[in-house]
Each structure stands twice: as C-alpha cells, then as structure tokens.
Design a protein around this ligand. Structure first.
Ligand SMILES: Cc1ncc(COP(=O)(O)O)c(C=O)c1O
Length: 452
C-alpha cells in the first residue's frame, strides 16, 4: 500500500521555504503540542465565541501586539475573518470597492451577499507577472465613482510581498467615511520588523503564514470605533466552527509568549540573515530577487523572466535537485517564504542553490504576459451563479459571460469570475498558465462554464 498522509508527513525532509511560519522548528518551539491537550469547551477553559477567560487573554495580547482596540482569535484562517468583516459592514446587495487582486475569500463574500464590487485593478507588471501596489489615488477615484460603497477592501502585503501605502489609503477612506478592510493575511509578522503602519478600520492576518503558529490560526483586528465589534462577533459565528481546536488556540498562546519574550531578537537575527542573502543575490547573473522599497524582504521572490526556464521549472529544480520546497511557482517567479524560525543554514542553502542554478541558465528574451485588465461585469456573481450554464471550449468563449471562477492556486486571485465577460486576454492568461503547468482551478481543462 502506498504511503498514507500521516506516513508522508512523518517523512518530510526538504527544507521548508513555505508556510507555516514555524518551519517545524522544534528547537525554538519545543515538542509539547498536541494529543494530550486536545479538548473541547470544558469547565474553566473559556469559549472562543464569547471569550472572557484564557482565550480572551490571548486576544488581549494579540491586540497589544497589533496596536488594535480589539482582536478576535480565529481558527479558520484569515478566510473566515475576511468574510465575516465584509458581511458585517455590508447588507445584501450593497456596493463595495475591492482591489482586483484580492484573495478568493473576498470573491466568496461578494458572491454570498450579492455585493456589487467596483474593482480597482492595480497595475500589472507584465514582465514579472506580478500585481503592483494599489494607490490612494485609485481608491479616491473609485470612491468618486461609487460614493455609496459600504466598504473598501485591499490586500497588503500581497502573496508576493507587495505593500501598498495603507496609511494614505486609510486617510482617503476616512475622509469619505467609508471603512477600510485590509487583508494583511501575509503580514502577521510586520510589527516585529517595524513594517506596520495604519491599515484602516479592520485588518485580518494569518498568524500561521509568517509567525510560529499552527496552520489555520489567524486574527481579526479592529482599529476604529466605526466598526461594531458585537456585529463582527456575530458574523464570525457564521464562518467559524463551533468546535474550535484548543491545540490551535494554544499555539497562538505559545506564539505570543515567544514573541513577547524574544520576538525582537529573533527578528533582528532574521534581518541579518536576509541582509546577507540579498547581498549575495546581487551576484546572480540571470535570476534576480525582487527587492524594491515597497516589498516585504522576508518574502523572497525569485524572478526568472530573463532566463530560459519558467517559474515552475525553477521550483522543480530547487525541489528535486537541491532539497528546497518553496511556497509557490508562478509563470515568471518562485516565492520562498522565510520567517524568524528559519535557520542560517536554511538561507545559506537557498543562496547556494540559486547560485548553482543561475550558472546553468541562459539569457532569454522576455515577452510580456497578457495584461490583467479591469473586468467588464454583466451580472453580480450571485446572479450569475443562479443562471443556467453550459461548458464550451475556451477558444470559443471570448465575448460570452463567464459562469465560474478560474484561478491559479496559489495565490487564489481569479483571472475571471462569474458574471464577467470573457476577454481574449483572460483566455490567453488561462492558456499560458496551463502551458506553464501552474495549478489552474476550474471545472474543465479545455472548456469553460458560460451562462446560457
Ligand atoms: C491574500 C490572502 N488573503 C487571505 C488568504 C486566506 O488566508 P487563510 O489561509 O489563513 O485562510 C490568503 C491565503 O493564501 C491570501 O493569500
């Protein structure tokens, strides 16, 4: 019989340049989680859905760490926090303003509540294949177009570590009295690295992605009085299990203790490791590491658009030949996720691996990828999902109204969503992503679902 999931987990051996942020580093975290402490809501152990004891203590420490008025501990990832925040601020059928490169949880909230999004599409770097920052000016324009929007939702940092000027965006939203939700799923570690800044009224962040916490642990932070905390507590009950794992919650407790006692020192050590890595990476001839002002340096984005290999091939070579498992491969880059739980040896291994691969590469002409343009929306996703649909070949679908989401996962940002007109660029993007062996999630390999 082939290996079971558990067997496979027990035999993990590649160096983890991926989530979760604890990196399985038991030297730092110890070995004390989990069977012996797996319980349900027994006497004296508090209740996540109306916390007032030991769980509330964790929430207070999270609020202190993030500078929030109130933090909710989450055990269903940022996904449940984002959906709860959107539903709390909007009524069924409302308008919202949302960055086009939002995670699928935003799209699912939009569909569930029949929201009409005014999509703000950040400029797309067609050479590297990465969405750049959302600007305050773009949000201001969207608010002028849609003054009755009930909320603005953006992602900062993105999966690729791109940070937007959330402080400026928050000011714009505040001046128009519209609450801002910032999907900071990838920025849980920011307070340790002084990368934090105002992020509006609500932020949702995945502790498990970049901090030493078990997978699924996240938190929702409230920063302003404009948000009804009781309503958030209610909507969280719609999206979060009624049997939250005490093992997961205990990992948030352990994480906060570790950060309170020695987080700054661990962050300083990691900053040194990263500085060394970025310096060494300057010697790469063909590959390069994205390293601009508005990037999270702990998210190492290895770009290969000027070489003769794709992101997928680079990912595979790191895995197969050099024992490094990265977070994700895109067409033109690979994301390696680092955290305070990395070792010097881990970063050095990546440095040496990239140097070795770089030597074997040839320079190649970079052709631009199809642009990610603003979608033409015919129906809301909610309405589109209620329509009759049929599968047709992707090639014949241009100009038809889409009946499904098509996205590469990760990062889970759709190329096209239900109710949107299928464009030639969307078809080209999907075709090229499939050709590059990315994991494209849709109903069918060759066909696409359209409205009849
Ligand atoms: C930008 C963004 N937001 C939200 C999420 C959802 O986070 P979680 O996996 O904690 O539910 C993800 C997941 O990858 C993400 O990339």
């Amino acid at each position: 019989m082939s290996d079971t999931l558990f067997d496979k987990l027990k035999s993990l051996s590649l160096y983890p340049m991926h989530m979760p942020g604890h990196k399985r580093n038991t030297d730092i975290l110890g070995n004390s989680l989990p069977y012996g402490i797996d319980i349900t809501e027994i006497t004296d152990f508090d209740d996540l859905h109306c916390a007032s004891g030991v769980i509330d203590d964790i929430q207070r420490r999270l609020a202190a760490f993030y500078g929030a008025k109130k933090s909710f501990l989450l055990v269903n990832g940022s996904t449940c926090g984002i959906m709860a925040a959107a539903v709390a601020l909007c009524s069924f059928g409302d308008k919202i303003i949302a960055a086009r490169n939002c995670h699928r949880s935003v799209y699912k909230a939009v569909e569930l509540y029949n929201l009409s999004p005014d999509w703000v599409t950040p400029p797309f770097d067609t050479a590297a294949g990465i969405f750049t920052s959302v600007t305050a000016e773009a949000i201001e324009k969207a608010i002028e177009r849609t003054p009755d929007a009930k909320a603005v939702i953006i992602t900062s940092p993105t999966y690729e570590g791109v940070i937007s000027d959330t402080e400026k965006i928050a000011k714009v939203c505040e001046s128009h009295g519209i609450p801002l939700i910032c999907d900071e799923a990838h920025g849980a570690h920011f307070p340790l690295f002084c990368t934090s800044r105002a992020v509006g009224d609500i932020s949702v962040t995945s502790l498990h992605k970049t901090l030493p916490c078990l997978t699924q642990v996240a938190c929702l932070n409230i920063f302003s009085d404009k948000v009804d905390t009781e309503r958030i507590a209610e909507t969280l009950q719609m999206f979060e299990t009624s049997s939250p794992s005490y093992v997961l919650m205990a990992s948030a407790d352990r994480c906060m203790t570790l950060l309170e006692k020695g987080g700054k020192e661990l962050a300083q050590r990691h900053t040194k490791r990263l500085e060394h890595f970025y310096k060494a990476a300057e010697n790469l001839e063909h590959l390069y590491i994205k390293n601009s002002e508005n990037c999270d340096k702990s998210r190492i984005v290895i770009c290969c658009e000027n070489t003769d290999i794709s992101g997928r091939e680079l990912f595979d070579r790191l895995r197969r030949d050099l024992d490094i498992e990265c977070e994700m491969a895109s067409m033109r880059y690979v994301v390696a996720l680092t955290s305070i739980c990395d070792s010097d040896e881990g970063l050095l291994r990546l440095e040496n691996a990239l140097a070795a691969i770089d030597k074997s590469l040839l320079k190649a002409q970079c052709t631009p990828l199809p642009d990610m343009c603003a979608p033409k929306v015919c129906k809301t996703a909610y309405e589109a999902q209620k329509c009759e649909k049929t599968l047709i070949s992707l090639g014949d679908s241009i100009g038809r109204v889409c009946g499904e989401y098509v996205w590469a996962y990760p990062p889970g940002v759709p190329v096209i969503a239900p109710g949107e007109v299928i464009t030639a660029e969307a078809v080209q993007s999907i075709t090229e992503m499939r050709r590059a062996r990315l994991s494209v999630i849709s109903r069918d390999e060759e066909k696409i679902l359209i409205l009849k």
